[in-house]
Design a protein around this ligand. Structure first.
Ligand code: UT7
Length: 323
């Protein structure tokens, strides 16, 4: 065979997030609520993890339900119609069942006809992986616009008698619409994994609950993740002092603050959404940033650093322009 060049699509110079959206279930669970069922207390949870309250899905409320709510809000905010979306990506690690995927059902729910649709599992780093895939799809012309959603129902994989995990995890969804842009608005991703530590956070089999080696993951997150975040800044050509927002995965407020201290973004607002939302795994980054934008905490057009890390162990970071 001769080395004939393949035809490629028209390429876009860059991509950017056009809008974010978020959704949280109605049910609020406070630390005092949990202290009635396991041996814990409000003071311990606030000081060790930073959570005041979290949201837990209703029994029949699914990942598709939550993802469609957040995705619909992002789509409305983008000013696009369902017909403009060519690809739907759902980042999740807590699916009710392995098949069918969530993304095709979410697209159908939103009236998006026949898009590419896939789920991806990079646990708490999933949204950043999804954003990198969306950026590539837009820049190579595989999709005009992409809906990326992080959605989790962690509550269904939690042992509610295990105080080391049930106080941490929560449910919710966050979404972003990504479209073409003359100036790049999503920087190169810095990503990687450490599969030697795969058993540090795991659901062993279909009858098991999520278990984690809390202290080992804590040590890893507070030492290995900040250099990845700084690499993302370097690759995007953005100095930490120029960041308007630092949005680490909302794992634990002490981890968030430790990473922010090492990134040294002197002028940035640091996301602390975990206080009211708990740890929603792959949903936490878009959920936090959507809340920050809604409150007017961060200026449109300024750079934000997103930092995902968790089970795998998998991690990914990138700088984006705030829509
Ligand atoms: O999002 C995915 C990635 N996951 C993470 O990033 C999680 C990282 N790890 C953590 O966030 C923290 O390690 C935890 C929040 C899980 C635990 O906090 P810690 O400060 O590392 O506590 P510890 O495990 O060292 O436990 C300290 C003490 C122990 O008692 P003794 O042995 O000192 O008597 C625990 O039994 O606190 C006890 N403890 C609790 N006490 C009250 C553990 N959980 C609780 C609780 N309430 N809920």
């Amino acid at each position: 065979m001769t080395g004939a060049a393949l035809r490629v699509n028209d390429v876009a110079t860059g991509s950017r997030v056009l809008a974010f959206g978020d959704y949280q279930p109605a049910k609020v669970v406070t630390n005092d609520d949990l202290a009635r069922t396991v041996d814990t207390n409000d003071e311990w949870i606030r000081s060790r993890v930073g959570i005041v309250e979290r949201r837990i899905a209703a029994p029949g409320e699914t990942i598709v339900d939550m993802a469609a709510q957040a995705g619909g809000k992002a789509l409305a905010g983008s000013g696009l119609s369902p017909a403009d979306i060519d690809l739907v990506i759902v980042a999740t690690c807590s699916a009710e069942t392995p098949m069918p995927n969530q993304a095709a059902a979410v697209a159908h729910r939103l009236g998006i006809e026949a898009p590419g649709a896939f789920d991806l599992n990079a646990a708490c780093a999933g949204f950043c992986y999804g954003l990198a895939a969306a950026d590539a799809a837009v820049r190579t012309g595989s999709a005009r616009n992409v809906l990326v959603i992080g959605a989790e129902k962690m509550s269904q994989w939690i042992d509610w008698t295990d105080r080391s995990t049930c106080i941490i995890f929560a449910d919710g969804a966050g979404a972003a619409v990504v479209g073409a842009a003359a100036e790049p608005g999503i920087g190169p991703v810095a990503w990687g994994s450490a599969g030697a530590h795969a058993d540090r956070i795991a659901i062993a089999d279909r009858t098991s609950f999520l278990r984690q080696e809390g202290q080992a993951v804590f040590r890893w997150a507070t030492t290995a993740v900040a250099p990845v975040a700084l690499a993302a800044c370097e690759r995007a050509g953005v100095a930490p002092d120029d960041l308007a927002a630092v949005v680490p995965h909302q794992a634990n407020l002490r981890i968030v603050e430790a990473i922010a201290r090492k990134v040294k973004a002197a002028n940035a607002v640091v996301a602390d959404d975990i206080r009211r939302s708990g740890n929603t795994s792959g949903a936490s980054i878009p959920l936090a940033l959507s809340h920050m934008i809604e409150r007017g905490d961060v200026p449109s057009g300024a750079p934000a650093l997103l930092i995902g890390f968790g089970a795998g162990l998998a991690y990914a970071a990138q700088v984006i322009q705030i829509p």
